[in-house]
Structure formats: structure tokens, C-alpha cells
Design a protein around this ligand. Structure first.
Ligand SMILES: Nc1ncnc2c1ncn2[C@@H]1O[C@H](COP(=O)(O)OP(=O)(O)OP(=O)(O)O)[C@@H](O)[C@H]1O
Ligand SMILES: [Mg+2]
Length: 252
């Protein structure tokens, strides 16, 4: 656990590619020789489904992990590329129960403390700044923020940075390590406006590698596989691989 880097992919804005980036960054890190666990903390379960898991066969997921005596190791589904703790829609009801728990912000952190053997744990967050997201951030060693280049939603990010600042009471070293653009289309002038706004806000924290818009992403997700397994020559495969290398350097 000591050397495990726990990264939350977080942005309360929906559809910015949190799940896509969790899956494909996990796959890229794995290809680079890292042992990776993915945790799906979004009740929509897109990351679980996108990792090829049949929700009917999910025995223990993040609901059990957060609210029952179930240990993290018993929730892990081993995969050919990365391991995963999945979820189904039951997690949607978890929030109401978590509210009344003692140390409610640290439930995930305590469960992960007992887990060893992983270089990276990537947490796919829901599109909200809910207690689930707070649990992800409290457990994390750093946060990464995907931002869709095609939507101007930079304003909402200040709310996210405020949330991260407030979590420092529980997790002193937490910081946004990287902000990166997704669905980037160089033919669209607007995408550069979003990029400039991000650089103005985050300076060097804006990662060098951006993820270009790529039709293969959708095709891979429909099959429940990562982009490398679907088409290693896809431009987004190249982009996620470069992003993973950048993340490894940042996390050294
Ligand atoms: N590089 C890309 N090129 C084309 N489409 C993409 C790309 N990245 C993501 N998408 C598509 O954008 C949509 C939203 O992506 P994703 O589900 O990863 O976002 P999200 O932030 O996890 O959404 P939510 O907030 O609902 O959890 C999906 O349909 C996905 O296939
Ligand atoms: Mg998602």
C-alpha cells in the first residue's frame, strides 16, 4: 500500500471522459508494466460494463466495500489487462446510508489501506461532488481532471478545486496533479479557447498530452474492452499511452 499511487479521475461535469480515461489510462499503465486496479465509484457502472463485466455476475462491488465488512481483496475481479472493483446501481442508494456513518469521508481510504501489490489504483468518480467523490478524494494520493475540449465548463472547475482544498483537512497532501483535455478536435477553433482557459487557470498542471476525438473509443466501449485491445493503432490509443507516460513521470 505504501508505494501505491491512488489517482481519482474527477470532474463533477458529466460526459467529460472520466470513465473513458480511467479505463484507457489503466490499460496503458498496465502495458507499461504497472500493476493496476480500477475502482468504479459511479453507480452508473459504466466503468464496470466498459471493462467487460456482466453486472449480473458481480458478487461484491463498491457498495459492499463501503458499507459492509467485505474486504477490498474479496471485491476484486481479476482481468487480463487490469483488475477492477466494479459496481452496479445499488451504489446509488449508498450515499444516504454513508451520511450517518462515523468517519463517512474515509470509508474507502480505510478499506484500501489493507490492500497491497498494486502500483496504481485508478478511481472513476461519479459526475457530482457527492460523498462518493469525497471518499475517492480522501483515499487518493492525487487527482486528475479530464476536461472535454468541446464544452466550455471551465467555471465549474473552481468548485472542484474548492472541494479538493476542503478535503485537505482529511488528506493533507492531496492535490490536482494534472488537468487534461479530452475529445480534442484541432479543426474546431473553440477547442483551443478551452485549452487557453485551462492554461490560464492551471498553468503547468495542464498536461502536455491531450486525447483527440476518436470514433474507436465508442466501438471499444460497446465491446467492453480498452482501446488497445480494440485497435492499438487508434489515435486515442497513442494519446492514452503518451498520457500514461506523463502520469508515471509526475507520480515518481
Ligand atoms: N476521445 C474520445 N473521442 C470520442 N468520443 C469519446 C472520447 N472520449 C470519450 N468519448 C465518448 O464521450 C462519452 C462520455 O465519455 P465518458 O462516459 O467517459 O464520460 P464521463 O465523464 O465518465 O461521463 P459521466 O459523467 O456520465 O460518468 C462516451 O460516449 C464516450 O464514448
Ligand atoms: Mg463516467
Amino acid at each position: 500500500m505504501k508505494n501505491t499511487k491512488i489517482l481519482s479521475l474527477v470532474n463533477q461535469k458529466g460526459g467529460v471522459a472520466k470513465t473513458t480515461s480511467t479505463i484507457n489510462l489503466a490499460a496503458a499503465l498496465s502495458k507499461l508494466g504497472k500493476k493496476v486496479l480500477v475502482i468504479d465509484l459511479d453507480p452508473q457502472g459504466n466503468c464496470t460494463i466498459g471493462s467487460g463485466i456482466d453486472l449480473n455476475e458481480l458478487k461484491y462491488g463498491t457498495y459492499n466495500l463501503l458499507l459492509e465488512n467485505t474486504e477490498a481483496k474479496d471485491c476484486i475481479i481479476k482481468g487480463p489487462v487490469y483488475d477492477i472493483i466494479g459496481t452496479d446501481i445499488k451504489l446509488a442508494g449508498a450515499e444516504l446510508i454513508i451520511i450517518s456513518k462515523i468517519a463517512r469521508e474515509s470509508l474507502l481510504k480505510h478499506k484500501l489501506e489493507k490492500l497491497g501489490g498494486y502500483d496504481f489504483i485508478l478511481i472513476d468518480c461519479p459526475p457530482s461532488l457527492s460523498l462518493l467523490t469525497v471518499n475517492a478524494l480522501t483515499a487518493s494520493t492525487s487527482a486528475y481532471v479530464p476536461v472535454s475540449a468541446s464544452v466550455f465548463a471551465v467555471g465549474g472547475i473552481s468548485q472542484l478545486t474548492e472541494t479538493i482544498d476542503s478535503i485537505k483537512i482529511l488528506n493533507r497532501d492531496l492535490e490536482i496533479k494534472g488537468v487534461f483535455l479530452t475529445r480534442f478536435d484541432k479543426r474546431e477553433k473553440f477547442n483551443f479557447i478551452v485549452e487557453d482557459a485551462l492554461i490560464e487557470m492551471f498553468g503547468e498542471k495542464v498536461l502536455k498530452n491531450k486525447i483527440r476525438v476518436c470514433a474507436d473509443i465508442n466501438k471499444s466501449q460497446v465491446q467492453g474492452i480498452d482501446i488497445f485491445s480494440h485497435n492499438p493503432k487508434a489515435r486515442s490509443a497513442e494519446d492514452y499511452m503518451e498520457l500514461a507516460k506523463e502520469v508515471i513521470v509526475l507520480e515518481k
